[in-house]
Design a protein around this ligand. Sequence first.
Ligand code: ZN
Length: 387
Amino acid sequence: MATDQRGAPAEALRRRTVEASRRLGGDPFLVLHGGGNTSAKDHDFLWAKASGFDLGALTPEGLVQLRRADLERMLEGASLSDTEMMDGYAAATVEPGRPAPTIEALLHHALPFASVLHTHADAIVAITDTERGLDLVTELLGDEVVPVPYVMPGFDLAKVVPELWRGAGSSARAIVLQHHGLFTMGDTVDEALALHLELVERAEARIAALGRPIRAPFADTVSELRPGDSEQARTLLTELRRYSAGHVHALRCDDDEVRAFLARPDLERLTDLGPTTLEHVIRTKRVPLLGDDVAGYVAEYRRYFERNRGADEALVMLDPIPRVVLHPDLGLVAVGADAKAAGAVMDIYRHTIRVIEAAERLGGYRTVTEAQAFGLEYWELEQRRLR
Ligand SMILES: [Zn+2]
């Protein structure tokens, strides 16, 4: 491994990491809107993707250099508060004033490979989002892949994953996190990248063999939802604006794929289970609105907030309106504060439909519990990503 922070080997490693990040991040079936992260390391330093940088457009400035001795100390205790973690990252950062690294920097540090690549690949997520998800990972991807039951990202994940990896015999170069995504590792970036693409391809081939492929272009069928479109459009937009604390921008998609999903007899059960990969919860909320009863959705969202907030009096409820509406006349409606936010919600939910349908064919869709989804939706460190 390279040892000099300014030396040519470290430089080449970082350059290749940026290239691999762009390769992964440029593929919407692997990474959507801020998902995924990458890193490179030598003995002394970790270069981790900065939080808030898109993988697909990563530049060398999007990698933050951290001192590994400082990161190692952060892992020593039994717990670490969010504030302690952010302070720890700031203290470990070599150049002051750089953006914070990904929340997963500690996990990247704890995996002893020069290159670590992480995505929320649709096909991998679909496999874990099933009744026998973790067994299926082994059956379909081989016992060289370590399956990890759901753990909240951050400190807990950084403690648990390396332990399970060592328990698996340390020869494994890939880790699949339930309801979350894939990590691959290598002594070189090319090794980690090749394994990443190979495992995703294997998962995609299995899903394609069961019927509909998960990787296929989406029809260009998204348009802005405007009050003048129809009576139903006007009513829905009026209701969303009535209950929203902020601006409302809505997009609509009503193609054959959306129609087929909306026509499923089990639509209510499937969409009530929650997001396909947990980080989507911060953009789509845990569940969509089925139909047009925005007031009913808002009332239920308040109950969800109350029953999950626990004793945390300081927690403030987010804007309670739905981000996804599955409407009998309008089709799939994606809601955000502006066109960009609504576009991200639209992309995520079109992928969500495919992942849910693939998981159904793989044995039955299952995902995080309500409490786990709430934990992430209201996790301070995730909320920062939207600001
Ligand atoms: Zn992730």
